[in-house]
Design a protein around this ligand. Structure first.
Ligand code: HMG
Length: 391
């Protein structure tokens, strides 16, 4: 890869509570096989009152700074990608900037482009670094809460979480190259300001996603030896799209099934427990992929595959897509050793459907007060949102 720039480290924040899709299926009187096999989801992360996109983003950012050992004063650019903002003017990035103690000379802003916001942030951060050799680090945060509403078709595809990316020269984790772009003006999923939930044309959104993915992969010479990591609104869609990408490589059905199992499924398995996290979804899938690769390396089974490249496909409704190519740095396992997200997801607390419904209808303050993050949302005064460091 030409440019020695990319992702130095990744850290995530997963909300402390989840809803099992088994419980949801029972409550909605839907065959659970539809959720497990038809959509591919098992659990979804649900944020409680003290977790919003700012607290989740700041928690991921703090973890990123601590694990990477980078001084917040060396962050010269902070971009927050989100579509769940509480304010039309004041960027969430300003709140996260202050919570993380980043210096006043930092360039700080939000990007909105549905699920692709943070990925446009990442390629912008790479351009920013390449434009001036004195610049050291950029931080890109993806933080979102995906909610479609009680009883809606999208309900089983909800989720929440945040991921922070540290972008640098000579990155210790992954070198990143922008490989292809796609843009198309469509109304497949959109969120008018006065509507509480997104408006979605489900089947059409799936067609738009597929068109964007194929358009990007057709623009490059696809290397079938890579891992493929996709924006994951729900795992079954990724499986279907990957089969179409395999068709571009001339694979027969058996080969497609094996390729999917080997190169995509570990990422999908992890996402099936978190749910859609919009801007953060691609990055949770990447964490699933890298964690699984690392466990293989530790057991010496897959050592030969430790350094293989990856495709990162990001889709945002409306629509835009970026296909990126990533190559692991020599000692990427040193940074990836911090990843413990499968275990962290397993430690979450299950919610009853009744409590989940209360949280969605805004009455969640008294429910599930436990919060393992360092920052939490503590209420609003004069329309100003307040946050506390709870250590
Ligand atoms: P639905 O209408 O409830 O589901 O909505 P369905 O009836 O189409 O069933 C889903 C699948 O389950 C089908 O399989 C059924 O056959 C199967 P398919 O035909 O697709 O192969 N099924 C069963 N399988 C086993 N046992 C059973 C059973 N019953 C049915 N008993 C939909 C599904 C995905 C449309 C809905 O959940 C939705 O609207 N989700 C939100 C939109 C979405 O995720 N779109 C994805 C592309 S757009 C995107 O990625 C952008 C986004 O992330 C937002 C952004 O960019 O900001 C969403």
């Amino acid at each position: 890869m030409n440019n020695d720039v990319g992702i130095d480290h990744i850290a995530a924040y997963i909300p402390d509570h989840f809803l099992s899709l088994d419980s949801l299926a029972e409550a909605r009187k839907i065959d659970v096989k539809k959720y497990h096999d038809g959509i591919g989801v098992k659990e979804m992360s649900i944020p409680t009152y003290s977790e919003d996109i700012v607290s989740m983003g700041a928690n991921a950012g703090l973890r990123l700074l601590r694990e990477s050992g980078v001084d917040p004063q060396d962050i010269g650019l902070l971009i927050v990608g989100s579509e769940s903002s509480e304010d039309r003017a004041k960027p969430d990035a300003t709140l996260i900037h202050s919570l993380l103690g980043i210096g006043e000379s930092c360039r700080v802003f939000n990007i909105v482009h549905a699920c692709a916001g943070a990925n446009y942030g990442l390629v912008s951060a790479i351009d920013w670094l390449l434009a001036d050799s004195t610049r050291k680090y950029a931080m890109v945060i993806a933080s979102d809460i995906a909610i479609y509403g009680i009883g809606s078709a999208g309900e089983p595809t909800q989720g929440a979480g945040a991921v922070a990316l540290l972008v640098s020269r000579s990155p210790r984790l992954l070198r990143i190259k922008e490989a292809a772009n796609f843009s198309n003006n469509v109304y497949d999923f959109w969120r008018p300001l006065k509507e509480p939930f997104p408006i979605v044309k489900g089947v059409y959104s799936v067609q738009c996603y597929l068109k964007a993915a194929l358009s990007c992969f057709k623009k490059i010479t696809v290397n079938g030896g890579y891992d493929f990591v996709y924006h994951t609104p729900y795992p079954k869609l990724v499986e279907k799209v990957h089969f179409e990408v395999c068709s571009l490589l001339g694979m027969e059905l058996d080969e497609k099934i094996n390729h999917y199992k080997d190169r995509v499924q570990p990422a999908n398995d992890f996402s099936s427990r978190i749910g859609n996290t919009y801007t953060a979804s691609l990055w949770f899938s990447l964490l699933g992929c890298l964690e699984s690769r690392l466990s293989g390396m530790h057991s010496n089974e897959k050592e030969a595959n430790a350094d293989r490249g990856l495709y990162l496909f990001s889709y945002g409704s409306g629509s835009g897509a970026i296909l990126m190519e990533a190559s692991p740095s020599k000692d990427w396992g040193t940074m990836a050793d911090y990843f413990n997200y499968s275990e962290e997801a397993a430690r979450r607390i299950p919610l009853s459907v009744e409590d989940y419904e209360k949280i969605l209808s805004g009455a969640g303050a008294e429910i599930a007060e436990f919060n393992s993050g360092k920052f939490c949302y503590s209420g609003s005064e004069n329309h100003q949102r307040k946050y506390e460091y709870i250590g």
